[in-house]
Design a binder for this molecule. Structure first.
Ligand code: SDX
Length: 428
């Protein structure tokens, strides 16, 4: 391919330089387009538009490939741990034994949150959605750590802000859940690993304590790895654009949490389980619901299916589907909803509408079945997604800050009224 693309406008030819990434992805650079031609591009949803050059995550939607910093998601899910993957995403390399020991110590050391956070938490009614609580508590860190407001502070200060949020997010997530069910919160136990500590904060009861099941903590660790980053998705792009105004890390992360909340994005995992439950209650007729998903006059969509990038199987869905079978078998759980999910998948993968549109199960299709088996309530599923995606958001924010990228400010094509004179109220 040549190193530039030709663009002809009104008989004049412009050359747009073509850049090529390390995996042979190509883009033509329109950085000077408006200045040279007076014309801009338009691409609602940015389906064809790259926002940055990134070295963090590589996706190949056609081949179903996902890699973090060059390591395959299959290998990381099998051999690594969530905290090690967090280190890899944020700092770019797998840690040495010494580096990981220090990192794990630092994270454990910062799990406790200021006691006044409980006053904020107690201000929420018990029906508050945990995603709203989570984004509020993350923003509240700007008050408890005002030095975090300046993203231009020393790398040590920025790194301390990163460690603090990595450490405190599980505490916030568990406390949001306890607030919702009206139970007293549990304080972090720094003798436990990341996932075990989270599970104990979630489920320990004053009278009964909580026994860590390695099957449960291991399954959770794998799920968090699978959610850790996914290049320029909606919530990550939100984190980057908010951070590009030099708003703080915590303000940027809180914005990302709110973007993830939507049912077309991270909220899909809750929507999948609600959908499967509705199908089960309706008698389990998967063909009927498939027809609804295909009917343009019916707003129903098959949640957990389709993806902006993957036009093949989402590699994470393959891993989660196998993990769901393993976890349910080890825990001795027979979940009829899993059978319905598999039935839907089979029908969809053989249906022209879905095949033509290359709609496959995505990361959210099976994850809710595991969360449910682990005892996590449905409206906490997207909080779990946020817990997993946190290191990715941090890594992407850090990369954007490190690249000294300009503030994000897209252009538009105006289609409103032309100039018209003001008319006094009594003459309208
Ligand atoms: C995540 O971007 C990421 O990387 C996200 C994520 C991450 O890790 O950050 O992977 C996490 O958000 C996964 C996606 C979770 N969302 C869902 O499962 C919700 C259901 N899926 C969709 O709404 C949809 O597939 C999207 C939002 C995921 C993608 O939408 P696109 O790329 O904008 O595609 P589209 O809406 O233009 O759909 C193309 C066609 C349309 O039909 P036609 O107009 O061509 O006739 O496919 C149809 C759509 O109607 N379609 C579906 C469908 N998804 C797309 N039809 C029925 N059911 C669906 N689920």
């Amino acid at each position: 391919m040549s190193d530039s693309a030709e663009l002809k406008i009104d008989g004049k030819t412009y050359n747009l330089p073509i850049i090529e990434g390390t995996e042979n992805e190509k883009a033509f650079d329109i950085g000077g387009l408006r200045g040279e031609t007076g014309v801009i591009t338009i691409d609602p949803g940015y389906k064809n538009t790259g926002s940055t050059k990134s070295a963090i995550t590589f996706l190949d939607g056609e081949k179903g490939i996902l890699r973090y910093r060059g390591y395959s998601i299959e290998e990381l899910a099998e051999k690594s741990s969530f905290l090690e993957v967090a280190y890899l995403l944020i700092y770019g390399e797998l840690p040495t034994k010494e580096e990981f020991t220090q990192f794990e110590y630092d994270v454990r050391y910062h799990t406790l949150v200021h006691e006044d956070i409980k006053k904020i938490l107690e201000g929420f009614p018990s029906n508050a959605h945990p995603m709203g609580v989570l984004s509020s508590l993350v923003t509240s860190l700007t008050a408890f750590y005002p030095e975090s407001l300046d993203p231009n502070r020393s790398s040590e200060a920025v790194n301390l802000s990163i460690i603090r949020i990595l450490a405190k997010m599980p505490t916030f997530a568990a406390w949001a859940y306890k607030n919702e069910i009206g139970h007293p919160v549990n304080y972090p136990d720094n003798n436990l690993d990341y996932c075990s500590n989270f599970l104990k904060m979630m489920f320990a009861l004053p009278a009964a304590g909580y026994e860590i099941d390695p099957v449960v903590s291991g399954a959770l660790d794998k799920l968090l790895i699978l959610h850790a980053d996914h290049e320029q998705n909606c919530s990550t792009s939100t984190v980057r654009i908010v951070g590009s105004s030099q708003a703080s890390l915590y303000a940027s992360l809180s914005a990302g949490i709110n973007a993830l909340w939507g049912p077309l994005h991270g909220g899909a995992n809750s929507a999948v389980i609600n959908m499967l439950e509705n199908i089960r209650k309706d008698g389990g007729d998967t063909r009927k619901w498939m027809d609804k998903a295909k009917d343009k006059n019916d707003p129903f969509r098959l949640m957990g299916f389709g993806h902006r990038v993957y036009k093949n199987f989402d590699p994470r869905a393959r891993i989660i589907k196998k993990a769901a079978d393993d976890v349910l078998e080890k825990l001795g759980i027979n979940d009829p909803v899993l059978d319905i999910a598999k039935g839907l998948e089979h029908v969809a993968l053989n249906d022209d509408y879905f095949v033509e549109r290359k709609l496959y199960p995505n990361v959210d299709f099976y994850s809710g079945i595991i969360y449910r088996a682990l005892g996590i309530p449905v409206d906490m599923f997207t909080v779990m997604f946020a817990l997993g995606r946190l290191p990715g958001w941090i890594a992407q924010w850090k990369e954007m800050r490190g690249n000294n990228e300009p503030i994000g400010r897209p252009r538009q094509v105006y289609v409103g009224e032309n100039l018209r004179p003001y008319v006094d109220l009594n003459k309208r």
